[in-house]
Design a protein around this ligand. Structure first.
Ligand SMILES: *[C@@H]1O[C@H](CO)[C@@H](O)[C@H](O)[C@H]1NC(C)=O
Length: 339
């Protein structure tokens, strides 16, 4: 008779439970209950950012707070309507959440949505006086892994505690403007040779009929249309996850599993950023840097880029980014040619 493999089963269970760490006890009830009004969270007022957000005097709730609440409610409803089973978060899912223990903040960074400036601001906030002016921090330094801590680095208990009690925020942007912005930045700037080599060469070899040898070698003249073909090609995501610059916010930040307290928008960046800093009690420590509007990708610019994309591919691309449109209440761009 075969000996039952108890040892094996035991081992499998252990390994299994390590990976299925629960991580998920965030409740939807609000922190008022958790703090019971006694806990002195971070912030100068002795109130945590969450208390400030949720226990605000209803009667003088500002227009900004009303709009933030509207976005939260929209997100919650859209998640219920468009996602199926809830699953458990793993540490891998939390690599984009930056932690500020001093102010009780969790920020999910989304490339092409002012994330360099938000990382700079968080370096000032967590830097113990090392930095004062966010803009004095070079952009490349803001992106060095290790300058800021991410939630995935903590133990399960530490992760759960922060998910429960910190102010969680994310900044989003109209999905196709973000995508065009990523394309312009990574494929039309001559200095981005790493992206040309890594992605451009592959895109040209797969999606350009009869490419010139020089183009194949350099990968530096990818058209927006070719980029779109690459994105909707099923092989692309089968081979590896999308690069974070064009990965969907839904996949980077898990907005249906992590209940964000503030959904900031790029379209109202200045206003929403000050709201977050005010809630964090950090207004006096740092100002969110003002950005020039000159070269920002906007809807008109996105429309130009989509002119050469056929309705068939527009539709496929829309389906790919559909969740980001739905969850964050962005309507179908007018310039799209399918209905
Ligand atoms: C969603 O978008 C529409 C149209 O842009 C707007 O009127 C509405 O207020 C938005 N809803 C929320 C909850 O933000």
């Amino acid at each position: 008779m075969k000996r039952p493999k108890v040892g094996g089963i035991f081992l499998a269970t252990c390994v299994g439970s390590l990976f299925m760490i629960i991580l998920y006890f965030q409740n939807i009830t609000r922190p008022a209950d958790q703090f019971g009004g006694k806990d002195l969270g971070p912030g100068k007022t002795g109130r945590s950012p969450l208390q400030t957000l949720y226990n605000g005097d209803q009667s003088d709730m500002s227009a900004v707070q009303t709009s933030l609440r509207g976005r939260r409610e929209h997100l919650e409803e859209a998640c219920l309507a468009h996602t199926r089973k809830r699953r458990v978060l793993t540490p891998e899912d939390l690599r984009h959440l930056i932690v500020d223990d001093k102010h009780g903040l969790l920020y999910c960074y989304v490339p092409k949505v002012a994330c360099t400036n938000w990382k700079r601001v968080l370096m000032v906030l967590t830097g113990d006086g090392r930095y004062r002016d966010p803009l004095a921090i070079p952009a490349n330094e803001a992106h060095v892994a290790g300058n800021l801590r991410t939630l995935s680095e903590y133990s399960t208990a530490e992760i759960n505690r922060r998910l429960r009690s910190y102010l969680k925020f994310v900044f989003v942007r109209e999905p196709f403007e973000r995508l065009v912005s990523a394309y312009r930045n990574k494929f039309t700037r001559s200095y981005n040779t790493a992206f040309h080599k890594r992605y451009g060469t592959k895109i040209i070899s797969r999606h350009r009929p009869d490419p010139q040898p020089a183009a194949l070698e350099r990968g530096d003249d990818v058209s927006f249309e070719e980029f779109v073909h690459y994105l909707v090609d099923p092989r692309t995501q089968r081979e590896e996850p999308f690069n974070e610059h064009w990965e969907r916010v839904h996949s980077l930040c898990h907005p249906c599993l992590i209940h964000y307290d503030v959904v900031g928008k790029y379209e109202t960046l200045e206003q929403d950023s000050s709201s977050v800093l005010r809630l964090a009690g950090a207004e006096g420590e740092v100002r969110f840097p003002a950005t020039g509007k000159g070269t920002r990708t906007n809807g008109d610019m996105a429309a130009q880029f989509f002119r050469n994309v056929s309705p068939f591919y527009q539709k496929k691309l829309y389906n790919l980014y559909r969740m980001d449109f739905l969850l964050f209440n962005y309507s179908n761009p007018e310039y799209l040619k399918f209905r």
